[in-house]
Ligand binder design. Structure first.
Ligand SMILES: Nc1ncnc2c1ncn2[C@@H]1O[C@H](COP(=O)(O)OP(=O)(O)OP(=O)(O)O)[C@@H](O)[C@H]1O
Ligand SMILES: [Mg+2]
Length: 366
């Protein structure tokens, strides 16, 4: 059964349209991540679902019930805010119980739910402390606890880990994954952090330019980006994208030529590409291997080298000025100013049609 359903949701602030026809369907117990640049409308969409903002058009349904006309408290959703605030004068226990008391839930029931949530989040020993006596990670968990006690059908988490340092963030991420297994609800989490989205989410929705650009399992977004924008946004460093010319050929797979004359034989079906207009090739840095310059390679001048320990990123320029980022092994000796060879792995290349839509290699039958 579908849990959340968004149908053509629209939201504008004055003349500025922030969300334009956003549609989405989630399964019960699914974990979805919203990934997108700052200002793309991620928080706005969560607030529309939670009822803190009113949509200008479209429908929001949860568990088959239309909820966009209901007050926030009646929707069956609980939100953890980007900038959550705990009541400083209240204990952890009271912070978590507060919303339930207001909703008139029986005292014994409140006590049970608070204790259960504290157990799941491992903050039981902290229940009688004040927020000021907690670490950042513990406070964050109290904020999540306040949502858990409401027993929502859907959790909305707006960058719940963004205030934490890297190590704590990693630990809380694991806790969130465990929480997800123990709680019978669906989750939407907004994040800037691709690793977080990739590791926690069943599916990722990439939001940009007022719309969901693509929604799918993390590896599908990475391997089969719907368009150039998604291709360059997901993955680090950004995918190389360069204009190419389609070569004549009998083969069902497209062969293309870059501006410097080097040829790449892709595994992308040729059908529908000939005569369509200007094409672009997409190659991740891991598919552009740095080799010695010489016969059979594409020569490039190195502009910048980033040594990451296990691998080395090499920012280079082809003879026609096209920038390409390639990868070399960790112990690479390449230096800025060097002329190197680049081996472009055609089997891994993507092509982008004139409208920007992604065309991907056919699965290898091997
Ligand atoms: N109350 C408001 N009034 C007017 N404009 C707003 C309001 N809230 C948000 N906006 C605008 O709507 C757009 C989307 O904002 P939103 O907060 O949803 O972005 P976001 O994707 O959550 O960004 P971030 O990653 O920085 O949190 C932004 O351009 C923002 O300036
Ligand atoms: Mg936001």
């Amino acid at each position: 059964m579908a849990s959340l359903e968004l149908i053509e949701v629209r939201k504008a602030y004055g003349a500025a349209t922030v969300l334009d026809g956003v549609s989405l369907s989630m399964e019960t117990r699914e974990f979805l991540a919203f990934l997108g640049p700052s200002g793309s409308g991620k928080s706005t969409l969560l607030r529309v679902i939670a009822g803190l903002e009113t949509a200008d058009g479209g429908e929001v349904r949860l568990g088959g019930r239309r909820i966009d006309q209901l007050p926030p408290g009646d929707r069956g959703v609980a939100m953890v805010f980007q900038h959550y605030a705990l009541y400083p004068h209240m204990s952890v226990r009271d912070n978590m119980a507060f919303g339930l008391r207001n909703a008139g839930v029986a005292k014994g029931e409140i006590g049970r739910r608070v204790l259960e949530a504290a157990r799941v989040l491992e903050i039981e020993p902290e229940l009688d402390r004040k927020p000021a006596q907690l670490s950042g990670g513990q406070r964050q968990r109290v904020a999540i606890g306040r949502a858990i006690v409401k027993q929502p059908q859907l959790f909305l988490l707006d960058e719940p880990l963004s205030n934490l340092d890297a190590a704590l963030r990693m630990r809380t991420r694991v806790q969130l994954a465990e929480l997800r297994n123990r709680v019978d609800a669906a989750f939407i989490m907004v994040t800037h952090d691709q690793a977080e989205a990739m590791t926690l989410a069943d599916r990722v929705a990439v939001i940009h330019d007022r719309r969901i650009q693509q929604v799918g399992p993390p590896m599908e977004i990475y391997a089969r980006p719907a368009n150039v924008w998604v291709a360059r946004f997901v993955g680090s460093p950004a995918m190389n994208v360069a204009p190419v010319e389609l070569l004549d050929g009998e083969s069902g797979r497209a062969s293309v030529r870059l501006g410097d004359g080097s040829q790449v034989d892709t595994r992308v079906p040729r059908a529908g590409l000939a005569g369509a207009g200007p094409l672009q090739i997409g190659l991740r840095a891991e598919s552009v291997r740095v080799t010695g310059a010489g016969a059979g390679t594409t020569d490039a001048r190195v502009e910048l080298v980033e040594r990451l320990g296990d691998r080395t990123l090499v920012y280079a320029r082809l003879s026609d000025g096209q920038a390409l980022t390639g990868e070399d092994r960790g112990a690479s000796r390449v230096q800025a100013g060097d002329i190197v060879g680049l081996h472009m792995e055609g089997a891994a290349a993507h092509l982008f049609a004139p409208d920007g839509s992604g065309r991907h290699p056919v699965e290898s039958t091997a």
